[in-house]
Design a protein around this ligand. Sequence first.
Ligand SMILES: [Zn+2]
Length: 342
Amino acid sequence: MHFCGRASIHVALPLPLQGFAGSNCGCGTPQRPPTRGRRYPSAARLLLAVLTLAVFQMAAAVSALAVPKKKVSNAWSVQWQPAQLVNGAPVVFQIAPPARLTGLSAKWLEHDVFFDYDASSKTWYGIAGVSLETHPGIYLLELKGTTSSGNEISFTRKIAIRPARYPSIAVTVAKRFTEPSQEQLQQIHQDKSVKQDVFSHTTAEREWTGKFRAPVDAPVSDVFGTRRTFNGKVQSMHQGLDFAVPKGTPVLATNAGTVLLASPLYFEGNCVVLDHGQGLLTLYLHLSEIKVKAGERVQGGQEIGLSGGTGRATGPHLHLAVRWEGVYLNPATLLSLKLPEI
Ligand SMILES: [Zn+2]
């Protein structure tokens, strides 16, 4: 996360009272007999000094009253998680604008970012991502807000994206997945339009609340971003996170959302897609059983199916995928983000 530096406070302290209460020893000069007016000259000087100081302090106090104590800050606070962005990473932007806003939006890598306000931290939260294809470099987050008085305010922040390092492996699957028949190709084509339809129905309105949690309590068997060669022929990038679970393990929703899809697909097998709002989806693949229906609202931690090995799978496991506005992202990073219970 990006944290702003802590400001140091400099306090002006009054100078020590020097030269006011000096000795009145007149060395070398004859001592005059004390007169009434000159009897306690040092005390008089001290009194004068105290009065002068008091006048200065009063003047300072009056001038302090005349100037506003604190100017209205026009600084935006822009933070994000994870601190280091790489291609394939989801990101949560945390924005504290300089004024009270009725709405906030942003442009990021040619996508729209949708924000929601967390009143307890006075921060706007918006989930976004960086596609696997994004090249390392400096990119702009362009923020636009509307103040409660109806004014438009904007701010641009430069953010660095670094290259991720993803592994390569060889995988063996049934031949029908690397060399599908004409009939199977037709099924694959049909699935494609089903998926296109599902993915076009995502909502901008936030449904997630709090942290995303792992769908099963099991070790990871393959990470996101692995370059895979299937049967020495078909190459693809692993666009999800695999958990090593035996068939029949309850699979839980990673967060609150709406079921967009709950049906079998050729490659994915029995598949559930959840919409968490702000353009963010989670997908659960290769299930042996589906326990929810399309259109149903689910809570984080709710059972949505049982794990299995349906579709293009080397054996029973759970493949969790994260998709944001058409881009597949690293689920492990999403699970690590600290998000508020808005
Ligand atoms: Zn997988």
